[in-house]
Write a protein that binds this ligand. Structure first.
Ligand code: PRP
Length: 283
């Protein structure tokens, strides 16, 4: 049986994110001189470097078994693939944007206008849902300058930090959806077991990247309250201390919540509160 093929973006922001994730998950490979192919050292997996927007369709066609791409591109391609994992990176919004001083304020105002986008299908669906008949200008890039060029009255584009909008004096009229980088799989992948192994490996890294391990000592009588603050991924680990009125708690906490949680635990009477970064995990 041939090796499992994973399609990875060949260039752009996602390319580095995807390679880092795979390597942290123990799928290490070396890409030589912009080559389009690399073999993973430890398990029978081949990495194919592809255009990010071709990955959904190539996965649906079976040219690759799995792929790392944006969920925006999966939606836009309208193909039948299975989303196995949200990778917690590349988060962005697809938004309808208009000039800061535009009279257009809601979706129905787009009726009779010209809308430019690299996401024609998603845009068409959005316009149809809002009963707006607009002239769609289908492009493959640089959408943000199309209003200044006089090609469009509004654009549908990805917004991450909002810098591109600010630089082009545009504002958001409406948001169409939230997207992020995902791991997809061909619906009839012949190597289901190996694919599951890849999913488990990447899942370990994704969870490790978003959680910290928090350890603290606590008067035992406050344990029930502490468990409300730190319920843990499954449940906290509680160990006795020499002083029987106290216990030691070990629990996973989302990175973004760690500071708030530490303050709440301290107020509850916890001491020796330590945060440790997790490199990888299996839960
Ligand atoms: C995307 C998107 C916007 C920009 C938004 O382009 O098309 O132009 O990022 O990000 P921001 O809100 O942080 O400014 P990208 O850089 O991916 O290149 P592209 O033009 O090839 O899509």
């Amino acid at each position: 049986m041939r090796n499992l093929r994973i399609g990875v973006p060949s260039k752009g922001r996602l390319s580095e994110l995807a390679s880092d994730l795979l390597k942290q998950a123990g799928l290490s490979f070396r890409r030589q001189n912009r080559s389009l192919f690399a073999r993973v050292r430890e398990i029978p997996v081949d990495i194919t470097f592809l255009r990010t927007d071709d990955i959904p369709v190539l996965c649906a066609e079976g040219a690759i078994d799995m792929g790392i791409t944006g969920s925006d591109l999966v939606t836009e391609s309208e193909v039948d693939v299975e989303t196995r994992l949200h990778l917690g990176v590349g988060k962005c919004r697809l938004a309808v944007c208009v000039p800061e001083d535009s009279d257009l304020n809601k979706a129905s105002d787009l009726d009779g206008t010209r809308v430019a986008s690299t996401f024609p299908r998603t845009t068409e669906r959005y316009l149809a849902e809002h009963d707006a008949k607009a002239h769609l200008v289908k492009l493959s890039g640089s959408v943000e300058i199309m209003i200044a060029l006089g090609v469009a009255d509004a654009i549908v584009d990805l917004v991450e930090t909002g810098s591109t909008l600010a630089a082009n004096r545009l504002r958001i009229l409406d948001e169409i959806g939230n997207y992020e980088t995902v791991l997809i799989q061909n619906s009839s992948c012949a190597q289901a077991e190996l694919a599951d192994r890849v999913v488990r490996r990447l899942e370990g890294v994704v969870i490790a990247r978003s959680y910290s391990l928090l350890e603290y000592n606590l008067p035992r009588e406050r344990l029930a309250e502490a468990e409300l603050i730190t319920p843990g991924f499954n449940s906290p680990t509680v160990n006795p201390l020499e002083d029987q009125d106290w216990c030691a708690v070990r629990v996973m906490v989302l990175h973004k919540d760690v500071i708030r949680v530490m303050e709440e635990l301290e107020a509850l009477g916890a001491s020796a509160i330590l945060e440790t970064k997790i490199g990888n995990c299996r839960l």
